[in-house]
Design a protein around this ligand. Sequence first.
Ligand code: SF4
Length: 469
Amino acid sequence: MTVQLTKQESFSQDISIDMLQKYDVSGPRYTSYPTADRFVEAFTEADYIQALEQRRDRNAGSPLSIYVHIPFCDSLCFYCACNKIVTKHHERSREYLEYLRHEVDLHTAHLGKGQTISQLHLGGGTPTFFSDDELTELMDMLKRSFNFVSGGEYSIEVDPRTVDEKRLAHLAKLGFNRLSFGVQDFDEDVQKAVHRVQPHEQVFELVAQARALKFDSINVDLIYGLPKQTPASFNRTLQLIGELKPDRIALYAYAHLPERFKPQRRIHAEDLPAAGEKVSMLSNAIAHFLSVDYVYVGMDHFALPNDPLAVAKRQGRLHRNFQGYSTQPDCDLIALGVSAIGRVGGTYSQNAKTLEDYYDSLRQGKMPIVRGIALSKDDMVRRAVIMALMCQGELLFESIELAYLIDFKQYFANELNSLNALQDEGMLEIDEQGIHISSRGWFFVRAIAMKFDRYLLTDQNRARFSKII
Ligand code: SF4
């Protein structure tokens, strides 16, 4: 069964505000399974090196993905939950670049030079905190060490306040073919309340320039649930986004967790929209995007029908990684930079979270790995199940049984039972062949995936995760 929902009518018939409210429970976003909060310090640099060397010995030729985390930002957005360093000292980039160079060298020492790369993502922080020269140096360094294939996905997160047409042209020249603009909301009061003022005219101009420069895909990030936002004000932003027509839209819920994220303490709780208003904003956003022809790709993501992500969705070729949905087949991910998370073979690992620790390890010639996890067989099976549900909207028992030599119905008897209530709600259908998520269920796919998360089954701490929608 293909999950497809392309028009507002289907949305309003299928999903009510009551349902959005009912399934607004806490849950992970499954950019990995197990999720990063399950990583352990017992996983060390030696485990990571072993995974890299096993890859070198086994997988010669299969493409790699690279993520580079650039932590610096010029100014602080109050909603921020990222690992970043706010500074006006741009000279700090140079030092960071040198340490990235050490980290790349350590990788090529264990993997060999010239590994094929089909996907690169620069995230942060603010990658465009780097000057054009520093970005050139970074790309030259990566290109000297790895072999970037043509036709790959090379993307960078762009803070609209840090670029102009000349800088965008430079990014195109360096080989980036995808841009992701952080917009969040166009409303001036909201922008002031979160300390991120960027007039919509500026974003419209940059997107027009990026199109003229022939970037393959332009993404815009939005957030609902921010201070001073109301359903009416957010509708105006939605209208503008409909006019801007980016190829992709990522729509995230703001989770107010000031005890965990210090910048959020600058947000006045009384300015936050009520839970009901938040659900209205989500409902309006979904309805609006569908009415202006976007396809709901899956959790948080929309794309124009011809965008490769929407095409991959139609053809059942979606994948999921730390950046969300992707068209690139599952591949190992080398993560570079402070706090970056990578995936190699059956392992996930994370770099040191502070610059001090990150630099310190590299100065000693050591990989800056501080925690991670080696997946057990059960983790692997569950990861395959969760990713199939979240990417294809369907799980065929036989495919899991053949790949992992289990009897699916026996192995997951409790989990299948727990899906009955969701089946009664019309979210999915279970038959002899497998689990088929309905167009309604696709909006709550995270709630379905969570039924297969072994760690959550016994976990009392669900509140740590952001709201499900
Ligand atoms: S939201 Fe982005 S630009 Fe703003 S402080 Fe956080 S990482 Fe920096």
